[in-house]
Design a protein around this ligand. Structure first.
Ligand SMILES: Nc1ncnc2c1ncn2[C@@H]1O[C@H](COP(=O)(O)OP(=O)(O)O)[C@@H](O)[C@H]1O
Ligand SMILES: [Mg+2]
Ligand SMILES: [Zn+2]
Length: 419
């Protein structure tokens, strides 16, 4: 991609009133744009990151045996009355009446819609187990949208739902999703802490939250000062006075964290309310046993940036980076430099490497600053002086290291660095 023909509206100034580092950087690097509080556009560079994350999620979901589908965002409120969540979720639900006078809402989540779908097709244990997922826009009328795409009113979620004929099946699917979640976050360059949510209030349902410690987090986790324990603390009272539940001697330190994913063993809560039943091998009718598994895809982008940046800008982990590498010719008016840059542009792409070529008629200084800001993993710098010595520069954004390599060895060297 040629920068001059692309759309990357970088900003020089930090927008006023924007607190979170990730939010500042996503705006400054031209990845997202705010339409109104809690509502964001993904600009071409941000959209490429979104696609990369979605594809990681798809690969891991497919590996876990889940099948992708796409459910509607427009729901009749009538359906939500079956579980009573038109009342319990009333605060976040965006509702309206259509021209035919039907009460409608924009889906804040999809347990009702998917359970309704599955109950209309599944009759027998032979059709189970089944895990379905989608990557789709959710709508929640958040009272306090915050930190840009971290807590938005319109956001992208991956939601998966498993359907089993017994508890062992649910536990197996739950474990598959748990492992998929660990793989997804690791591939996105994030270290997560998994919290087993307090089961008491939820009627014994098992649930786990995948958290990333970060100053903008809205949840609390505790880590031990002497062992490796990290987790939630169920006990009432002030946990900072408590001893570590694992080693029983270390002091607990509180950290705030962002919730990125949440998985639940739902059991028969929804299937009973919506009459999603099947006949077992003996012909006995039973409610389907369900699990649900959510990841905030758009929130994940913010978390990646929150954890991967420095004073100069974003530092993308390899798998989510909008491009693998940026080519920066120092002298854009020098035809030989531009020809050589173009040659690299073609050859690198032939190797399957995605390349952004900053061919803009701007000073090298401005373009270097923008390169640091948008944070692609590698930068190839072609300057008259080094090229006259038959060399070019490869710069690693994360380590700040610069390699000077022979021109004819550069393509192979870059391919090796990216592997
Ligand atoms: N308002 C929001 N904006 C962006 N992402 C969200 C929002 N609400 C939830 N998410 C993401 O979707 C995932 C699943 O949502 P869920 O557990 O139903 O939400 P909550 O924890 O807010 O009840 C969350 O772990 C989070 O990553
Ligand atoms: Mg949650
Ligand atoms: Zn400890």
């Amino acid at each position: 991609m040629y920068w001059s023909k692309f759309f990357i509206p970088t900003l020089k100034e930090v927008p006023l009133g924007v607190e979170a580092v990730s939010h500042q950087l996503l705006l400054r690097a031209g990845l997202v744009h705010m339409l109104t509080s809690g509502v964001y556009s993904y600009l071409p560079l941000g959209f490429r990151v979104l696609r990369n994350i979605e594809n990681i999620i798809r690969e891991e979901m497919n590996k876990a045996g889940a099948h992708e589908l796409l459910l509607p965002s427009l729901h009749p409120v009538e359906l939500w009355k079956k579980t009573g969540r038109n009342v319990t979720l009333a605060e976040v639900m965006i509702r309206f009446e259509d021209k035919k006078g039907r009460a409608m809402c924009l889906g804040p989540t999809h347990e009702e819609v998917i359970t309704d779908l599955v109950q209309s097709y599944v009759q027998s244990y032979r059709q189970l187990p089944l895990t379905l997922y989608q990557i789709q826009t959710k709508f929640r009328d958040e009272i306090r949208p915050r930190f840009g795409v971290v807590r938005a009113c319109e956001f992208i979620m991956k939601d998966a739902y498993s359907f089993d004929d017994d508890k062992a099946g649910l536990e197996k699917n739950y474990q598959l999703q748990y492992t998929a979640y660990q793989n997804i976050f690791e591939r996105c360059g994030l270290k997560t802490v998994v919290l087993e949510a307090d089961s008491g209030a939820m009627g014994g349902d098992i649930s786990h939250e995948f958290m990333v410690p970060a100053p903008i987090g809205e949840d609390e986790i505790y880590s031990c000062s002497s062992c490796h324990f990290q987790g939630g603390i169920k006990s009432a009272g002030d946990p900072s006075n408590l001893l570590c539940p694992k080693c029983k001697s270390g002091r607990l330190e509180k950290q705030v964290a962002i919730e990125l994913g949440h998985i639940f063993q739902l059991g028969t809560k929804y299937s009973q309310a919506m009459n999603a039943v099947f006949l077992d091998a003996t012909g006995k009718q039973k409610p389907i046993i369900m699990g649900c598994y959510g990841i905030g895809v758009s929130r994940l982008i913010a978390a990646v940036v929150e954890k991967n940046n420095d004073s100069k800008g974003i530092i993308w982990p390899k798998e989510v980076a909008p491009f693998d590498l940026e080519i920066v010719p120092v002298q854009t008016s020098d035809q030989a430099i531009m020809d050589l840059s173009n040659k690299f542009y073609v050859e690198l792409q032939q190797k399957g490497i995605s390349v952004l070529f900053d061919d803009r008629d701007e000073s090298a200084g401005i373009r270097f600053k923008d390169a640091d800001l948008i944070g692609l993993p590698f930068r190839l710098v072609l300057g008259k002086r080094t090229v006259s010595e038959n060399k070019i520069e490869i710069k690693n954004r994360r380590t700040d290291e610069t390699l000077l390599v022979n021109i004819d060895e550069a393509v192979n060297k870059i391919a090796a660095l990216l592997n």
